[in-house]
Design a protein around this ligand. Structure first.
Ligand code: FDA
Ligand code: NAD
Length: 433
């Protein structure tokens, strides 16, 4: 069994890993000092593409087109880039053991890797319906989406089930983005979710009603207030229908499940302090161990702006946390200090020809603006107001300048005169801040 040693190892080869590698290079890493060990067979890429352009029926995105860091307007780091910079990209390799005491990682092939400093960037995995005890949830024709190989299997299924029925289980990010892209692929799509409206983690019933109406207009059927409880299978064990808890059945050639994610922290269980389901880090992404940093989906970090520890499962934070961690590692080596992470939550989604952005915190009272069913343009949004201050802003169809302005509002948390005044000002309020 082989063994190797690196000054820095990043375990995980997703979004954070790619942005961390670029920052290591920016900060001056020497050839041979850094290795990335990834379960995936490809160099880090912009994961959000997998539920959007990667699945388009025409002009679909393909690697190497969406390797990091193109998602934030940066240089595209193709596999050759890592070779040129002397970064070891160890792909198709799962780390099965992390021994923090001896600073050793062991892979499923039994190889071991020693590090001086470890950056944990293992991201999340999907929650499976079998985790909820749903029988038959691993049958043929049932798909989950996290990595490129799952997206490739889904593309094969889409091709082989032309004009068929797709059932999308879950009304969150994956549910809404997949329902749209499957409809674009001419499948007949039904969404099913337990809540009274889609994306309840963020949307108000008012915001959700717009998207539900839009999806209905595109031919998507929506079944709310119930969950998948089982499946009908054919003689080959391929799914033919989804059984619902309320007794109904939905015909299905393909089932896509998006019922949430779970951070991959098991390698570090009992070795690093945890909080709120993630690995607890400080404002520099340092864990309870001096030489281990954790970034992206797995990190529970101090959200300075709201004075509490939070975990965020979105790409903007995965990029920024990786950059912060690498800057902190280098600053520590050089005896410098850098400012603590001060993150403003930013979430977004795109589906059909719609595109929304949200900044800040979705707590407190809500104020809607701009909804006009008759208008050709679909620009509308909402504010969240807490203690007389605007703390969160949602905007569908915003221009680049407007999106920049709502970010500023959420960051500055301006006071309002009254809910009534904010309601009548609507979107115009952002230009005053
Ligand atoms: P990420 O999941 O990117 O990478 C983790 C890496 O670690 C993977 O390569 C994995 O294989 C590897 N790994 C895990 N365990 C390992 C082990 N033991 N050994 C070796 N390697 C291991 N967000 C957003 O803001 N806007 C969006 O539009 C989208 N869209 C979107 C679509 C889809 C399909 C998904 C699944 C997710 C999104 N997201 C998103 C969320 C966003 O992609 C996510 O928050 C970041 O990718 C998180 O970055 P990380 O680097 O933490 O994990
Ligand atoms: P999610 O948390 O956004 O949504 C989960 C949804 O599952 C809930 O809204 C609910 O409707 C549904 N649900 C829960 N239990 C259910 C059950 N028993 N039966 C049916 N439905 C049930 O999670 P997701 O959509 O699976 O996304 C997975 C991960 O990918 C998350 O980390 C998410 O942030 C990320 N992602 C983000 C984006 C984006 O930011 N645009 C896009 C895609 C994926």
């Amino acid at each position: 069994m082989a063994s190797a040693a690196y000054k820095y190892i990043i375990v995980g080869g997703g979004v954070s890993a790619g942005y961390a590698a670029r920052e290591f290079v920016n900060q001056g890493v020497k050839s041979g000092e850094l290795a990335i060990i990834s379960k995936e067979a490809v160099a880090p890429y912009e994961r959000p593409a997998l539920s959007k352009a990667y699945l388009f029926p025409e002009n679909a995105a393909r690697l190497p087109g969406f390797h990091v860091c193109v998602g934030s307007g940066g240089e595209r780091l193709a596999p050759e880039w890592y070779a040129e910079k002397g970064i070891e990209l160890i792909l198709d390799t799962e780390v099965v053991k992390a021994d923090i005491a001896t600073k050793t990682l062991t892979t499923s092939a039994g190889n071991s890797f020693k590090y001086d400093v470890l950056v944990a960037a293992t991201g999340s995995t999907f929650i499976k319906l079998s985790d909820f005890g749903v029988a038959g949830a691993d049958s043929k024709g049932i798909y989950y989406l996290r990595e490129i190989r799952e997206a490739d299997s889904l593309i094969e299924a889409i091709k082989s089930k032309k004009d068929g029925h797709a059932v999308v289980v879950g009304g969150g990010y994956i549910g809404l983005e997949l329902a749209a892209v499957l409809t674009m692929n001419k499948l007949q799509v039904t969404m099913v979710y337990p809540e009274p409206w889609c994306m309840p983690r963020l949307f108000t019933s008012d915001i959700a009603s717009f998207y539900e109406g839009y999806y209905l207009s595109k031919g998507v059927k929506i079944v709310k207030g119930t969950v998948a409880s089982g499946f009908e299978l054919d003689a080959e064990g391929h799914v033919t229908a989804v059984k619902l808890k309320d007794g109904r059945e939905l015909a299905a050639d393909i089932v896509i499940v998006g019922v949430g994610a779970r951070p991959l922290t098991t390698l570090f269980k009992g070795q690093l302090e945890e909080e709120k389901g993630g690995i607890k880090v400080d404002g520099f992404f340092k864990t309870s161990n001096e030489d281990v940093y954790a970034v992206g989906d797995i990190a529970t970090f101090p959200m300075k702006i709201y004075g509490e520890q939070r975990r965020v499962e979105h790409v903007d934070h995965s990029r920024k946390s990786a950059i912060q961690a690498v800057q902190a590692i280098k600053a520590k080596e050089e005896g410098r200090s850098i400012p603590e992470y001060d993150y403003l939550p930013f979430f977004y989604s795109r589906a059909f020809d719609l595109s929304w952005q949200f900044y800040g915190d979705n707590v407190g009272e809500t104020v809607s603006f701009g909804r006009d069913e008759a208008a050709a343009t679909k620009k509308f949004g909402g504010y969240w107001v807490k203690d007389g201050k605007v703390v969160g802003v949602f905007l569908e169809g915003g221009s680049a300048e407007e999106n920049k302005a709502i970010a500023k509002v959420a960051r500055l948390k301006p006071s309002i005169d009254s809910i009534e005044a904010l309601t009548s000002e609507g979107l115009a309020f952002i230009s005053k801040v």
